[in-house]
Write a protein of this length. Structure first.
Length: 226
């Protein structure tokens, strides 16, 4: 495994992994990997190619030949492009999340995307956001964070986010979707959502992100990463 430093941030949907990971990457001036985006793009690519998420061999083939690009626009927003089409909005919908969780349960898809994720590990360092970053993708990471929160709190957070975007959403349906996704992610046969044995587990249910960030930065300093 590379000698380049990496901090992994794993956990369920809505726990605050993305916000924390961006803060860490910006503060440390390291690269950032949103591994979930790769699975979301795979799910969206299947929709665009007319491939059912339940057709494991066909989905794996899509993943093996995924033509995806990431770039930052003038407003600092990360844009995701599949075969020349900007799919940034589509992959961030609730349907995009369901697609990601469904295709991520296919072992051949995870295998196809494993090396692509590891290629993000470049100097001076990497913050990797996902569900199996510390257990499978970067098992030798010197600092592994597992960020969690109650399903009710995560549903409330997502509900507020979607309302701010002007979307008409149902809180009970969001909670149901989150609990279904948690069950699917935690019970899959390959790379289930579990903390690494040496992970620093943080429950953010009642913690503002600034406190979570401060705790992780303190752990990073103890490891000599900051």
């Amino acid at each position: 495994m590379s000698k380049v430093s990496v901090i992994t941030v794993d956990g369920p949907s809505g726990a605050g992994k993305g916000t924390l990971s961006h803060l860490l990457a910006d503060t440390l001036d390291w690269h950032f990997l949103d591994s979930g985006a790769l699975y979301r793009v795979t799910g969206q690519a299947c929709v665009m190619e007319g491939v059912s998420w339940e057709d494991a061999p066909a989905v794996a083939e899509v993943a093996r030949h995924l033509q995806v690009e990431f770039f930052t626009d003038a407003n600092g927003e990360v844009r995701v492009v599949y075969k020349g089409t900007d799919v940034s909005r589509e992959i961030r919908t609730e349907e995009g999340g369901r697609g990601a969780s469904t295709v991520a349960a296919i072992p051949a898809v995870r295998e196809a995307l494993l090396q692509r994720q590891r290629e993000f590990l470049q100097p001076p360092g990497l913050v990797a956001d996902g569900r199996d970053m510390g257990t499978v993708v970067f098992p030798d990471a010197p600092l592994k964070i597992f960020l969690t929160a109650s399903s009710e709190e995560r549903a409330q957070r997502r509900y507020r986010q979607l309302l701010e975007k002007g979307e008409n959403v149902s809180l009970p349906r969001l909670l149901e979707d989150i609990e279904e996704r948690d069950a699917r992610d935690s019970s899959r046969s390959v790379s289930p959502l579990v903390p690494a044995e040496d992970a620093f587990v943080i429950d953010s249910s009642h913690m503002p992100i600034v406190d979570v960030f401060a705790a992780v930065m303190a752990a990073a300093r103890e490891k000599g990463l900051a």
